[in-house]
Design a protein around this ligand. Structure first.
Ligand code: NAP
Length: 205
């Protein structure tokens, strides 16, 4: 009998995608015995509508070239092609319907404020849709966050992974480009070349 497929969905703005994201996805793949990880760049991030975000097409293409060499990774256009603001609940519903009950969904994302996931649109549905995997940065006080927000976190299925490589951040990379400082070894060579070619992140936001 075929076992259930375990599909990871790596949700993020990826502005730009960096090595921390790739390490986090690989770590989730191995730790949670996932069959594959599908990167899901957000279209119009629900909570960032009022500030500049690089065009979805650039963020999508950078994600494609950064992940192309890994046979366990692929990239979806689902969110960038969907009109309106991007809500995770809509994505999870589509994936649930497309893949059916034989596929278990794991939504991997960053964890600056993990308990905030329960404030996302229709978060009460999350328990039936997916397990969340929250990737934390070095220095993030996971123990305190878990204790102080135990009640909120109990409303969703959530697991945590610590990813030292998440010391790298998209905000820092954008700032480095503005200041003409190096981004080599923080992003793949292909993404660095793409940023140069299209002159992304030249000015401070
Ligand atoms: P964000 O607030 O920009 O990022 C939160 C933190 O997590 C940042 O430090 C970010 O670092 C990091 N991060 C983001 N995605 C990550 C990933 N996949 N793996 C590891 N670290 C990650 O978050 P965002 O990118 O806008 O949103 C993350 C995901 O949550 C997206 O899929 C988004 O659609 C979803 N979301 C949904 C709702 C909703 O449905 N209402 C609301 C908010 C977010 P970097 O900047 O270095 O990536």
């Amino acid at each position: 009998m075929k076992r259930t497929t375990r599909l990871g969905i790596m949700g993020g703005t990826f502005d730009p995608i960096h090595l921390g994201h790739l390490v986090a996805a690989e770590e989730a793949l191995v730790q949670f015995n996932l069959d594959s990880v599908c990167f899901m760049p957000t279209g119009r991030p629900a909570r960032k509508d009022d500030r500049a975000v690089t065009s979805p097409e650039h963020r999508y293409l950078m994600t494609v070239i950064a992940t192309a060499a890994n046979p366990d990774f692929d990239v979806s256009r689902l969110e960038i092609d969907r009109p309106g603001l991007t809500y995770t609940v809509d994505t999870l519903r589509v994936l649930r319907e497309t893949h059916g009950p034989a596929t278990e969904l794991f939504f991997i994302t960053g964890a600056d404020a993990v308990w905030e996931i329960v404030t996302w649109k229709e978060a009460e549905s999350f328990r039936d849709l997916a397990t969340f995997i929250a990737a934390t940065r070095p220095g993030y006080d996971l123990q305190t966050a878990r204790e102080e927000h135990a009640e909120e976190l109990a409303r969703i299925r959530i697991e945590f992974i610590e990813v030292p490589a998440l010391a790298i951040s998209s905000t820092d990379i954008r700032q480095r480009v503005v200041e003409r400082r190096p981004i080599r070894y923080l992003v793949t060579e292909s993404v660095a070349a793409y940023i140069r070619k299209y002159e992304l992140y030249q000015e401070a936001r």
